[in-house]
Design a protein around this ligand. Structure first.
Ligand SMILES: [Zn+2]
Ligand SMILES: [Zn+2]
Length: 308
């Protein structure tokens, strides 16, 4: 559930070089502004980061919303009025604020402080080094996000930052990046700091971030299917839906590992015939959904969901 939308631009010098070469140097900046000037680099990073974040969030979110998200979920009593518009508005207001500290990290990367490398030959283990770094990236970020996310649920700070993401009890793909700015930045930090601690191939970094963005959206897409054998290992939309509904369970990102170690694992209700679709079917059978498909009157109060 972390904000990873910026991270696709993380191998920032690659992105910046391409933007400089094709657009910024010939068409945008005056000749006197050198490509490696501090102010120019910061402005370019801010613009590219915001553009990239908006395109990724809205683009991948829309694909998932139209082709994966089951629109029947909007009949659920806990689905809010104008929820999709509100999710998008909240995310698009937060992303520019989150981009400011994020650009500070990208700037350090562009200035060569990270351990990112360009060629497979730079990896001491060759291709197997790339494979190992992929595994270590996933486990490192999964572990960090688990603990950051759990910390954000601590009762002394929950209402200040993370509660905003839990307004959406039946999330859509557009809830994936709808966070308070500080919450979003904190949950994105693991992705940004990894290459400062561990060597990583730049192109692999880009690929991992595209994957991470798709994953973040996918755990909010309402598609609860998980291949049988993976149900207990992979943290999918079914697990994350229970996190939105019941709060203190399934804090993980890709795996259930840390929830199991931390005692917060909950077998997903959608996989036990007690999920949002089952609630909707039951209400329909009882005639408690109005002609517009919305829940009548006090139905919401009778539907299981932990109010914080
Ligand atoms: Zn979420
Ligand atoms: Zn949470």
């Amino acid at each position: 559930m972390s904000i990873s939308v910026f991270s696709v631009l993380s191998a920032m010098d690659l992105v910046l070089n391409v933007a400089d070469y094709y657009v910024l140097t010939p068409y945008v900046y005056p000749e006197s502004w050198l490509e490696d000037g501090t102010l120019r680099q910061i402005i370019s990073l801010l613009v590219l980061t915001n553009l990239g974040a908006a395109v990724l969030y809205l683009g991948l979110g829309a694909i998932s919303y139209y082709f994966v998200f089951d629109h029947k979920l909007m009949k659920h009593p806990h689905f809010l009025e104008n929820q999709v518009q509100r999710e998008i508005k909240y995310a698009m207001t937060s992303l520019p604020i989150i981009s400011i500290p994020t650009v500070a990290l990208f700037f350090a990367e562009v200035r060569g402080y990270s351990k990112l490398y360009d060629n497979v030959s730079d990896s001491p283990l060759g291709w197997s080094g790339l494979f190992l770094s992929m595994i270590s990236f996933l486990f490192f970020t999964d572990m960090c996000i688990y603990w950051i996310h759990r910390f954000l649920h601590h009762k002394s700070i929950y209402k200040l930052f993370h509660k905003a993401h839990h307004i959406w009890k039946i999330p859509t793909p557009f809830a994936s990046h709808a966070f308070h700015p500080l919450d979003g930045f904190m949950q994105g930090v693991p992705y940004h700091i990894y290459p400062f601690f561990f060597p990583l191939h730049k192109v692999l970094y880009l690929a991992l971030y595209i994957f991470v963005n798709i994953w973040t959206i996918s755990i909010h897409d309402g598609d609860y299917r998980v291949p049988g054998a993976l149900t207990s290992v992979v943290n999918g939309a079914a697990h994350h839906t229970d996190h939105h509904l019941f709060f203190e369970y399934n804090y993980g990102q890709y795996f259930t590992l840390w929830d199991r170690l931390g005692g917060s694992y909950r077998h997903p209700s959608p996989l036990m015939g007690k999920g949002p679709h089952d609630v909707i079917r039951k209400l329909e059978a009882e005639g408690k959904l109005g002609s517009d498909g919305k829940a009548n009157g006090n139905v919401r109060n009778g539907v299981t969901c932990k109010e914080e």
